[in-house]
Design a binder for this molecule. Structure first.
Ligand code: FMN
Length: 311
């Protein structure tokens, strides 16, 4: 299946504990051209886990929306894909997660060590469902940067697009993302490539797109306290300039969406803490927020912190 042509160049990365349905809807409002759920276990989904069903909530504005899965059991992955194709536009297979509990079951980044196993998963899933199956990989496993080899095997097995985070498994989040390897993957395959890693500003976004030739870029951590970055990137690519938006205003919009989707208060609180990152007196405000027991309390801390322009 062909990967859809996206309306903009920048997509929102899957981030566990961050990219809940309200956060994704806010990113779409600001111009993200594709959103991903955080990764879910295909086995947990097939078994009907309440938590997993909560994660795969989708907002009407998310169009297209990808669901990311991981799993160690091929039948469960295929069964999960059949459930998910009714609701999502794309199914992405996580091939980058370093967590021991994920690697232990033969999933996540360990799949980069076993391109044949990954190819089998892809060829099975692409036969089972009618929506595009994509993968998200790293530059390589430990010292070995085998992203090109993995990407070529994945394309052959039917993947519709490939996202490359330019760090190896061994790097975790340290060091820099290697955009040369991302560029090599783009040159080596015919399907769309999404480049990911360390894009923190519209200027860097433009430079990465131009230098690597990737079809799209994926933004993770830089969107956590500034989902408005999608509008900034889109504006900068179009007209060479962009505006800023106060992060508390962004949080307020997030909170409205989170309430609409009846999200857990704990999630809202964690986002409030993230949105205050990098602000004057942020540490004191974060400490106060962490003690709050209701949304109203969070709101009043933000208002009284003098960080908020709408007091
Ligand atoms: C809190 C957090 C959670 C993440 N969860 C996922 C996940 O569920 N699936 C995934 O493929 N990557 C996950 N990632 C990795 C990001 O999608 C992305 O590849 C990485 O952060 C590099 O991009 P960045 O430099 O723009 O942040 C996560 C990253 C963070 C910081």
């Amino acid at each position: 299946m062909k990967f859809p042509k996206l309306k903009g160049k920048a997509v929102l990365a899957p981030m566990a504990g961050v990219t809940d349905v309200a956060f994704r809807a806010l990113a779409v409002k600001y111009g993200a051209s594709l959103t991903y759920t955080e990764f879910i276990s295909s086995t947990a989904l097939v078994r009907g886990s309440e938590k997993t069903l909560g994660i795969i909530k989708k907002d009407k504005s998310e169009n297209p929306c990808a669901v990311q899965i991981f799993g160690g059991d091929l039948k469960d992955m295929a069964d999960a894909a059949k459930i998910l194709e009714k609701k999502f536009d794309i199914i992405d297979i996580n091939c980058g997660c370093p967590a021991v509990k994920v690697i232990k079951i033969g999933a996540g980044s360990i799949l980069m060590k076993e391109p044949k196993k990954l190819a089998k998963i892809l060829s099975t899933l692409t036969k089972e469902v009618k929506i595009p199956i994509t993968i998200k990989i790293r530059a390589g496993v430990y010292g070995k940067k085998n992203a090109v080899e993995v990407a070529q095997a994945a394309e052959k097995a039917g993947a519709s697009a490939i996202t490359v985070h330019g760090r190896t498994l061994g790097q975790g989040y340290s060091g820099k993302a290697d955009w040369d390897i991302i560029k090599k993957v783009k040159k080596a395959v015919g399907i769309p490539v999404i480049g990911n890693g360390d894009i923190t500003s519209p200027e860097i976004a433009k430079q990465r797109l131009e230098e690597s030739g990737v079809d799209y870029i994926m933004i993770g951590r830089a969107a956590m306290n500034n989902p408005y970055i999608f509008k900034q990137i889109n504006d900068f690519l179009k007209k060479g300039s962009y505006t800023k938006k106060d992060s508390m205003e962004q949080f307020r919009e997030y909170a409205v969406l989170a309430k609409k989707h009846k999200l857990d208060f704990q999630l809202i609180k964690e986002h409030a803490i993230r949105f205050t990152k990098g602000m004057p007196r942020g540490a004191r405000t974060r400490d106060k927020i962490s003690k709050c027991k209701s949304f109203e309390e969070v709101n009043s801390v933000i208002k009284s912190s003098a960080l908020c322009p709408y007091q």
